[in-house]
Ligand binder design. Structure first.
Ligand code: 13P
Length: 150
């Protein structure tokens, strides 16, 4: 039986950008400031600092990505504490914390999280009426994985 999780109208949004994508995320966030302000914002360390400085909005900042920020967001996803992920990751550069990035993206899929990885998908996500209303997320049945022998 799939489990259902309720997302409230005020979403908990994680904002993350790799260094070469930070300017683009800030520009996008500035353009969408009014809408973003209606939600609760979380971010990895440096991205969060830049958003706070440029948008003058409160952001709950986690550790910087390479120091564990991606892992923290991933664990918040697993605990049902993040509803939406906007992650402008860099497809052109290898990063030392690549396993952490992959883990975060994987958990987003596991927990059926709406995720945007570029400006267009972020536009589509943010302009969805579902962003501003209650929504029931259906989770697959993972009971077969509980206590699985290895
Ligand atoms: O590296 C990141 C995500 O993988 C982002 O971390 P910062 O926001 O601290 O730069």
């Amino acid at each position: 039986m799939p489990t259902v999780k309720t997302l409230h109208a005020r979403k908990r949004i994680a904002l993350i950008a790799h260094d070469h994508k930070k300017a683009e995320l800030i520009e996008w966030a500035l353009y969408n400031k009014t809408v973003l302000c209606r939600h609760e914002l979380y971010a990895t360390g440096t991205t969060g600092k830049l958003i706070e400085e440029n948008l003058d909005v409160p952001v709950r900042k986690l550790l910087s990505g390479p120091l564990g920020g991606d892992q923290q967001i991933g664990s918040m996803i697993a605990e049902g504490k993040i509803d939406v992920v906007i992650f402008f990751w860099d497809p052109m550069e290898a990063l030392p914390h690549d396993p952490d990035i992959k883990a975060l993206l994987r958990l987003g899929v596991v927990w059926n999280i709406p995720m945007a990885s570029n400006r267009t998908s972020a536009d589509f996500l943010l302009t969805s009426p579902l962003m501003h209303q209650e929504y029931e997320v259906r989770l697959p049945d993972y009971s077969q994985y509980l206590g699985r022998k290895v």
